[in-house]
Design a protein around this ligand. Structure first.
Ligand SMILES: Nc1ncnc2c1ncn2[C@@H]1O[C@H](COP(=O)(O)OP(=O)(O)OP(=O)(O)O)[C@@H](O)[C@H]1O
Ligand SMILES: [Mg+2]
Length: 257
């Protein structure tokens, strides 16, 4: 049975699209048939994270009733299926996020996982995405404003009857003023699935339009994403966190000069 999972979190820029694209890529690598869908209708950018070229049919066309979701599904080199959203302002006209549940139901019975990359905030488009899914993965950063926004998302999910699978704490810088995993768990009432450091490898991978798990598969950040994906897929997987860290990468660069 298909699991519809919304990757959401309230605050903008916490790393929702990064998490959705990497979990999707990791699930596919584990042999789980997966679709990642860009439900960020106003500011879509999943296509940039995955290197998807401009595509004639998008989720906007599906929500307008002009295309079936299968016509708007792009197959990435890795086998991961991706439903991009339209990038132009015109695409927004006549697009009704309330049609998202029907569009998603059209994929049911097909892939094992559909990951829905949600917009920031708690407007109609993100609430529709939460309501349309069976589960949410909440992405937050270790600071009070981000976790407070994440709590609103958790409350909406609980009110909608959508399960909260857990929390990904992203962009950890190990600063003293950051909230730790225990504090975040007690504020949100749900477990932390992974703690992902703030690492230049993630920004670099976006600049080459690849998920970090494809760009630097052995990096400890990639391993952490694979750990979450394995957990979601019910697989035994021990992330290998011994991969190159920042200092090793600086040494490599100096060696290249
Ligand atoms: N762990 C990380 N380390 C370093 N940079 C990161 C990390 N996670 C995300 N980023 C960077 O932060 C920026 C925002 O990430 P992303 O687009 O995934 O956030 P988002 O929550 O989807 O944003 P939006 O709310 O606009 O949709 C990107 O430049 C991304 O490369
Ligand atoms: Mg995003």
């Amino acid at each position: 049975m298909t699991r519809l999972i919304c990757v959401t979190g309230g605050k903008g820029g916490t790393g929702k699209t990064t998490v959705a694209s990497n979990l999707g890529a990791a699930l596919q690598e584990f042999g789980r048939d997966t679709i990642v869908l860009d439900a960020n209708l106003t500011n879509p950018n999943l296509g940039f994270h995955l290197g998807i070229p401009l595509y004639p049919n998008t989720l906007h066309d599906v929500l307008k009733g002009d295309s079936h979701i299968t016509e708007a599904t792009y197959i990435h080199d890795s086998g991961l299926r991706v439903v991009p959203a339209g990038l132009s302002i015109e695409d927004l006209a006549d697009t009704d996020p309330d049609n998202l549940p029907d569009a998603l139901l059209d994929t049911v019975g097909d892939p094992e996982f559909v990951l829905v990359d949600s917009a920031a905030g708690l407007g109609n488009e993100s609430i529709s995405a939460i309501e349309a899914c069976d589960e949410v993965v909440v992405v937050t950063n270790p600071n009070l404003p981000a976790v407070t926004d994440a709590l609103k998302t958790v409350n909406i999910a609980e009110e909608s009857g959508t399960d909260v699978t857990g929390v990904v704490v992203n962009k950890i810088q190990n600063r003293e003023d950051e909230l730790d995993a225990d504090e975040i768990e007690s504020m949100l009432g749900h477990g932390v699935l992974a703690e992902i450091p703030d690492d230049p490898a993630v920004r670099e991978s976006l600049s080459v339009k690849k998920p970090v798990i494809h760009h630097e598969p052995d990096h400890h950040v990639s391993e952490r994403f694979k750990g979450v994906a394995a957990n979601m897929a019910g697989l035994q997987y021990e992330p290998d966190l011994s991969g190159p860290g920042l200092l090793d990468r600086i040494r490599e660069r100096i060696g290249d000069l």
